[in-house]
Design a protein around this ligand. Structure first.
Ligand code: HEC
Length: 275
């Protein structure tokens, strides 16, 4: 009796472990939540093999089994925001119209799915983890000004959310600034490139890097040229092996965008809403 009971318990535990180990993606849109397994997505009728010429995570051409992101979103409103949460605390928010765009002038968003019998390579030397199991990749990213920070990998969750600025008013420049002001452009550029890892005024979803305004704003304690240098190539200012901030060279962030981001940071230093 006891043996049977123990055996049964072991079986139960083993099954539980197997379920927990299987990677799943949770997608919440329009108040409904669906979970997808690797096998389930790879069996989707829309799955295709795609070759990404300039893959952001692997920095070389990559071929993936992938589904168009639009099939996961059930035609939600174009103005909706979708939040992609990665296993490490990286959080990118992308608008639905960009993710669902079709036609020859638009970028195409795909969710690459790592097959369990054909794993992808490790992302970097010394770390066996790949970009999988779920990775947002783009064909023709240049058509939509898609930046490298909009290629979240190790995605665990996709959710429809209110726009970042609406959920975190403390990150937004005051209304009344001219629409084309550098500060406003800088806010938009920072939301795309920086707030995927950093909070500002403790506002934002990401949990990877330090807050960019409280208790101190980097414009308050770094010389302007040093801050510029840090953003372009962090390890050229302070070097250590575990640094996680990527460099933003001119191919991904123009001088104008960098100036705008710095203008936004300087401006926000006078708008602290927390300590
Ligand atoms: C992929 C995540 C990531 C992105 C994207 C990112 N950062 Fe960082 N950042 C970090 C992390 C993590 C640190 C802490 C140092 C490290 O590990 O590199 C950091 C450090 C910094 C620092 C130094 C803070 C200090 O006092 O030491 C500044 C300033 C900064 N980031 C600004 C920016 C700006 C501006 C952007 C957008 C152009 C940006 N970061 C984009 C992750 C990121």
């Amino acid at each position: 009796m006891i043996c049977c009971w123990l055996a049964g318990l072991c079986c139960g535990l083993a099954a539980g472990a197997a379920v927990a180990a299987e990677p799943v993606l949770t997608v919440s849109t329009g108040g409904r939540t669906a979970t997808y397994t690797v096998a389930g997505l790879l069996a989707h009728p829309a799955v295709a093999a795609i070759t990404v010429p300039q893959d952001v995570a692997y920095k070389r051409p990559m071929t993936y089994q992938a589904v168009p992101v639009s099939v996961l979103l059930n035609g939600i409103a174009p103005a909706a925001s979708l939040r992609f949460t990665a296993a490490d605390g990286f959080v990118a928010t992308v608008q639905a119209d960009v993710l669902q765009a079709a036609g020859n002038q638009a970028p195409r968003a795909w969710l690459a799915v790592e097959p369990s019998d054909a794993p992808w390579p490790p992302l970097k030397a010394g770390d066996p983890a790949s970009a999988g199991s779920f990775y947002l990749v783009w064909m023709h990213p240049e058509r939509g000004l898609i930046v490298p920070e909009q290629w979240p990998y190790r995605v665990v969750r996709i959710e429809e959310v209110k726009p970042l600025a609406q959920r975190f008013p403390a990150i937004v420049p005051a209304a009344g600034l001219a629409a084309d002001a550098s500060v406003k452009r800088g806010f938009a550029a920072a939301a795309k490139n920086c707030l995927v890892c950093h909070t500002l005024n403790l506002g934002g979803d990401a949990t990877i890097g330090p807050d960019l305004n409280v208790p101190f704003n980097p414009t308050e304690y770094l010389r302007a040229d040093a801050l510029r240098r840090l953003i372009r190539d962090p390890q050229s200012l302070r070097r250590w092996p575990a640094g996680r901030m990527p460099g933003f060279d001119v191919s991904v962030l123009s001088d104008r965008e960098l100036n705008d981001i710095l203008a936004y940071l300087r401006y926000m230093a006078n708008r602290k809403t927390a300590k």
